[in-house]
Design a protein around this ligand. Structure first.
Ligand code: GTA
Length: 150
């Protein structure tokens, strides 16, 4: 079956500034990826819940939960690794935008998990987006970190 994800503009808007290669290598990795990044998760969602949901797309090799680098607690994202590319594409097609713990999650192709990528990169330990947001989000620790410090 022809892939729906040949057009890189449609494949991912995210660019990892810590990817250790060229833009071309980054794009190539995304086109072959069997790993997805899952964003906009609640801090309370467990690995078991992620497993249950993503198993609907195919057999999962491994899940890595994203953690706050200071507290070592879940901070609202994870990586799901599949065995097959077709299952990976299905998870992006069918699971992205679905509701998990009352939140629409975002499923994005990922260039590949490496040790260290499980940690939030925000100054306060969590994800960068939770540093700057100004809304109140009870599933993600309340207000953004900068607002909390004001
Ligand atoms: N495949 O979309 C993604 C993705 N994201 C958002 C994070 N990761 C992702 N991987 C894929 N797709 O391993 C991965 C990272 C890392 C881990 C934690 O998750 O590769 P992070 O979220 O803490 O930090 O990463 P990251 O990704 O380096 O943050 P970045 O790109 O600076 O900013 C993410 C978002 O935060 C921006 O899109 C924007 O919405 C917001 N943001 C960033 N800077 C500002 C700012 N100055 N003001 C306001 N908002 C900001």
């Amino acid at each position: 079956m022809a892939s729906l994800f040949k057009d890189l503009a449609k494949i991912s808007a995210y660019r990892d500034r810590r990817f250790p290669g060229t833009q071309e290598e980054f794009e190539d990795a995304l086109l072959k990826a069997t790993t997805v990044y899952v964003g906009n998760m609640s801090f309370y969602t467990t690995e078991e819940q992620v497993y249950e949901l993503f198993s609907r797309a195919g057999e999962i090799k491994k899940i890595v939960m994203g953690l706050d680098k200071n507290c070592k607690t879940p901070c609202g994202f994870c990586f799901v690794m599949f065995y097959s590319r077709d299952d990976t594409e299905d998870s992006v097609k069918y699971i992205s935008g679905t509701i998990l713990d009352d939140r629409p999650i975002r499923v994005d192709f990922d260039w590949g998990f490496q040790e260290g990528r499980q940690w939030g990169r925000g100054r306060s330990g969590g994800q960068v987006r939770d540093e700057y947001r100004t809304d109140y989000d009870p599933g993600r620790g309340g207000y953004g970190k900068l607002v909390q410090k004001e």
